[in-house]
Design a binder for this molecule. Sequence first.
Ligand code: TNX
Length: 533
Amino acid sequence: MNRIATFVLMLIAVAAGPLLDARAQGVDVIPQPQQVEIHGDGFVVTADTLIIAEGAGREVGEYLAGVLGPATGYELPVRAHTGDPVIGGLILLELDAQDEGLGDEGYSLEVTDRGIDIRAKTPAGLFYACQTLRQLLPIEIDSDQVVEGVLWEVRGVMIEDVPRFGWRGMHLDVGRHFFDKAFVKHYIDLMARYKLNTFHWHLTEDQGWRVEIKKYPLLTEVGAWRTDGDGERYGGYYTQEDIREVVVYAKSRFVTVVPEIEMPGHSVAALAAYPGLSCTGGPFDVSTTWGVHKDVYCAGNEQTFEFLQDVLAEVMPLFPGAYLHIGGDEVPKDRWEACEKCQGRIKAEGLKDEHELQSYFIRRIDAFLTQNGKKLIGWDEILEGGLAPGAAVMSWRGEKGGIAAAQMGRDVVMAPYSHLYFDFQQSDEADELGATWGGYPIPLELVYSYEPVPAELSDEEAAHILGAQGNVWTEPIATPAQVRYMILPRMLGLSEVVWSQKEGRDWEDFERRVVGEYGRFGLMGLSYRDHRE
Ligand code: TNX
């Protein structure tokens, strides 16, 4: 290269700043951190390295030792700071409650030849720094067996990082197909690796009721099982003990679990158990066909509300998070139109039609949740007939519902099926796994291009966009390997959409980093979809 060209290249590098510089030198982290600067010598983790963590940071220190252990074979001690000199250098996890700049989830991470210095205001921030550190290490760190002959080197770097959005979600439908608690924990682990923090657990469906409710044992005795076309009994459910276990596990990964109890639609499994809660009285079988079902909870029957409040009263204490998802999507009005009780309710309450009856339904549930200190979130259909006072909206039929809600000053989570439906196929090949009803595939690049804040919102309205999430409906997805195939790597694209700054988005660079992650998936024995194939 001639001298002028070299000079021009240097100028470009200086102008593009530290991010490009870091990229050029292969600091490959997903989601892309806010600020990365390369400097000086790196640090080598050895068997003599100490992890220093105390107080509320202790648990994250233990977690880090657990991450580094299997591949290195080192059992790194986790200690409080003594100030004594150490041979192998330190990985320091320091909580600084005063550090407002890093927010509730941000962190800084500095690597020098003396060690690794991690700071955050909260344990969550320390945890995210550990996820970054994991990716800064050679990919062999993700092996579950000791890998000999690897130098566990982290290059000299200074990172400062804070997330763009507070709701960084993944959803999993365990109604259509059931996934056991071990898999659910693994799913949460995969989320946490990419700094996602909200797990939306879709627990009830036409095809299966998946959560034990002590007051209504038939929900799981009857509602959790169906006889599929091949004559086989299919099903399963979580006991309340299982749920508690998953919630505790999620907490240790800084993931909040948002349960979804669907109403008034997608409720055939519950009606199979308690047909008296329907308009017609049944009988019903737990559904074995997909799609939208006409039988829904009767909105004219007081018993429906008693039942749902009893159910929610058992569900609420299991989930410490603020939100409870009540579904609200795809409610055909056929049964309500023909039901005396529903029509009686419409008259008595002075409602205009069945849409207002749906709104009445959600308002009652909203009031109940609010009384109990919870916030209601529902699919965008809950806007129809008037949005309940405390409700937040999850926008799935495009962004229209989310935009309308934000303009009303309501909180919104974006999950449009145009970009974030991870049950959709990833190509239009005939044998590609996944749903096709959307009419088009959702490849990784489309996910990556998603922008959660619609251009038409003012800054004030935009502040109501809590974030975004990927939805994994499981009609076409029956096994853990298939779920992984659907979310790896699309979930990584999402993680950058919700964590990283909009300005730094760069598909080619992301693609390079994602390919690096494929190497880790390989080491972990995880099925994934190579987006280049
Ligand atoms: C629509 S998204 C549904 C789900 C289906 C999904 C299939 C939503 C709120 N309702 O019940 O599983 O499409 O992609």
